[in-house]
Write a new protein. Structure first.
Length: 493
């Protein structure tokens, strides 16, 4: 069982407190941290949004959210009651200069040196105005931090504009750009795998590794988020942030220390070493898809347009596969194949590190085909790792070789609940630790690599390829990797 180190007493102001993210993710995460005693007595959550309501109305809504999104056996009525008592509501329009009295008077109830976390769970176009208004009303103290949800902007220019606006009010160490994948236990474990073990680091390069695959599959469609998603698409929603962060952790050099800037310097180098795609290469190196009607988990589901309620066709991709390469000695000619999509057959996030084939074998042909080794890192669900190896099949006959896996299930190894990513990240904001958050230059470098792809798609002006819900995306995504004589790892999960 991991140790729980209490943080200092804090006030966490959540803008967007009536929204999906707050109700589905942030309140359950905060409940767990309060329940486990990590949030000290006296800490408060101040829920802020434009809707008219009082503390009591908000607590009722929050309780319903907990009932829905926290496992029944983790809902202790006494703990729920204590948690709800820490919730307060302030009606405020973050974009308006006036009407901040309620929030300011709640904040004034705490000592001036109390840690203040301003969590912006609103649309990103409000980040600048909210920060400006907080500053204008003198709400930003030296102990304040601001948390920015993704996406930071829609493209490089809008990301820069947001970073400039927020940066004119908060210093960089006070700014927490969240990428919740970095809060996942198994994603943090990539750092342990690479830098707390001897065996892998020596093999972690183009001499031994043939290619890397990163798959993030989701079975859900766009759910209630069609308005946002249709302006975004899979490349902006998943690749620009989560998947490039995974790629960074896999590809980066060893940081000098486990400090925030050391780690982020190394991730930044990876982002800057991504080979830019020229417009004529985008067609070859990327595949876009959009789901149509099909079946997921044996249940018929509608296509994207029906989910959106759209009458017109949409050019937004719900699936993307791409081949990325890095300009570096370590990764010379080692492709990183990325794919992600909605309405795929499985909810699974997995990394495959495929080692090179043996250059020579002593075994006769009838011993069986030698499969190259592969390290399969399962990020979710069934978190764990498997190292695929060739072994001798037991038996007194001839020598037959078969691929078997050295398998570690983290659940079996640790027998503990995996905290949600937001639990860890919220506590890190209170602690002031930016290690697992993105620095401004990382976000902008990621946009810098993504933007030419978006531009080339836009210039071509075609629609994404259709794929049936419940399939692994358009067949062109299979061709993308098979053209190189490789294949997507299929035994997922
Ligand atoms: N939902 C998710 O799973 C994820 C969301 N995100 C990001 O988190 C952010 C929030 O997303 P989500 O919760 O889905 O969005 P929602 O549309 O569900 O919620 C938006 C929230 O913002 C509030 N709001 C809107 N305008 C203002 C304003 N002017 N002043 C104060 N509050 C305002 C709304 O309340 P009211 O109308 O009462 O003011 C509501 O509480 C977005 O940036 C999204 O991209 C990131 C990852 C996952
Ligand atoms: O940020 C986002 O992530 C979720 C997937 O997160 P996971 O933790 O469930 O893997 C995705 O559904 C959503 O579209 C995206 O905005």
């Amino acid at each position: 069982m991991a140790r729980i180190i209490p943080v200092d007493t804090f006030d966490c102001v959540v803008f967007g407190a009536t929204g999906d993210l707050t109700l589905r993710k942030l309140l359950p995460a905060l409940y767990h941290r309060f329940r486990d005693g990590q949030a000290p007595e006296g800490s408060r959550i101040i829920a802020a949004a434009r809707s008219e309501m009082d503390d009591s109305n908000y607590r009722t809504r929050a309780e319903a959210a907990l009932q829905r999104h926290v496992a029944k056996d983790e809902l202790d009525p006494e703990q729920v009651r204590r948690f709800l008592a820490c919730l307060h509501y302030a009606q405020v329009d973050g974009a308006a200069e006036k009407g901040w009295e309620g929030l300011l008077s709640l904040l004034a109830e705490s000592p001036p040196d109390r840690i203040r976390v301003f969590y912006l769970a609103t649309s990103p176009d409000l980040y600048g105005p909210i920060c400006r208004n907080l500053a204008a009303h003198g709400a930003i103290t030296p102990q304040s931090r601001v948390v920015l949800e993704k996406p930071i902007g829609h493209d490089l220019a809008s990301a820069r504009a947001i970073n400039d606006e927020v940066g004119s009010v908060f210093a960089e160490p006070q700014i927490f750009r969240i990428d919740h994948y970095l809060g996942k236990e198994t994603v943090q474990n990539l750092l342990a795998l690479r830098f707390a073990n001897t065996i892998f680091e020596r093999l972690w390069n183009a001499d031994v590794i043939d290619h890397v695959q990163i798959t993030v599959g989701e079975t859900v469609g766009v759910e209630g988020r069609g308005g946002y998603y249709d302006r975004s698409g899979a490349l902006r929603d998943m690749v620009q942030n989560h998947m490039l962060q995974l790629l960074c952790l896999l590809a980066m050099e060893s940081p000098v220390t486990f400090g925030a800037d050391s780690l982020r310097d190394e991730k930044l180098k990876v982002l800057r070493s991504l080979k830019p795609m020229a417009p004529h290469e985008v067609e070859q190196l990327t595949v876009r898809g959009q789901y149509i009607r099909g079946a997921v988990d044996g249940r018929p589901v509608e296509g994207y347009l029906a989910d959106l309620g759209a009458e017109e066709p949409s050019r937004t991709e719900t699936f993307v596969a791409l081949k990325a390469e890095l300009n570096s000695r370590r990764w010379a000619n080692v492709p990183f194949y990325l794919r992600t999509g909605k309405r795929l057959p499985q909810k699974v996030s997995e990394i495959v590190v495929q080692f090179r084939a043996l250059p020579f074998t002593i075994f006769p042909a009838d011993a069986g085909t030698l499969q190259p080794n592969a390290l399969i890192i399962r990020l979710q669900p069934e978190e764990g790792m498997r190292l695929e190896m060739m072994t001798k099949e037991p038996g007194p006959g001839g020598l037959h070789l078969r691929q078997t896996g050295l398998d570690i299930s983290f659940e079996k190894a640790f027998g503990t609940r995996y905290p949600d990513a937001y639990e860890r990240l919220l506590m890190d904001t209170v602690r002031g630790s930016t290690v697992l958050f993105m620095r401004r230059d990382e976000v902008e470098a990621a946009w810098g690599w993504i933007e030419p792809i978006l531009d080339a798609w836009e210039a071509k002006g075609d629609t994404p390829r259709p794929y049936s819900a419940g399939s692994w995306g358009p067949t062109a995504s299979i061709a993308l990797i098979e053209r190189d004589g490789r294949t997507w790892h299929e035994d997922l999960g």
